[in-house]
Design a protein around this ligand. Structure first.
Ligand code: ADP
Length: 164
């Protein structure tokens, strides 16, 4: 039976930590649906369409990867996509408490959907989208931390700002 997994997140923007988790997941599962969270309460740097389109371009060569945006309950998105696995990346102990709570809540909402936790390469275990944006905005080097396309798009975004 085809194993379909969903990897949800904001991906604002996608980093090499996310890419690491995606590559590990596609070695295990047949189809990985990257769910880009469309959260109207958050003010992302990249719009939902921009985030979806960047991820599509980065994984254009991987037929196991699908990309879609979603809002509302993750479990409903997974059900709609006929996925029975949720993928979560675990960086440090600090991620654990929240993710543990979410995994148990999602299990309560649908006991047939299982959460899998994957750890990235140690190099990426300190990395977050927020940190990448901050470092980049302050003029720091982010080479090796994000895919090349993201670096180009970040340059475009920050040059739009009047203070730069
Ligand atoms: P962030 O916390 O960086 O804003 P997201 O909301 O996009 O990231 O995270 C989506 C998923 O990816 C979560 O499961 C998160 O724990 C995981 N993740 C984010 N950054 C990394 C990383 N550097 N290594 C492994 N997993 C990560």
């Amino acid at each position: 039976m085809e194993k379909r997994a969903v990897y949800p997140g904001s991906f604002d923007p996608i980093t090499n930590g996310h890419v690491d988790i995606i590559e590990r997941s596609t070695k295990i599962f047949d189809t990985l649906i990257i769910g880009v969270l469309d959260n109207p309460k958050k003010q992302p740097l990249f719009s939902t369409n921009e985030r979806v389109s960047m991820i599509k371009k980065i994984f254009a060569g991987n037929p196991k990867v699908e990309v879609a945006s979603f809002h509302g309950l993750l479990i409903e998105f997974a059900e709609k996509k006929q996925a029975e696995i949720l993928i979560k990346g675990l960086r440090a102990i600090s991620d654990f408490e929240y993710e543990f709570q979410m995994a148990l809540m999602n299990r309560k909402l649908n006991p047939d959907i299982e959460t899998f936790f994957l750890m990235p390469n140690l190099h990426y275990s300190f990395l977050s989208s927020g940190l990448v944006k901050e470092i980049f905005n302050l003029g720091g080097c982010i080479k090796g931390l994000v895919p090349e396309l993201v670096e180009i798009k970040l340059r475009g975004k920050f040059s739009e700002c009047p203070e730069n």
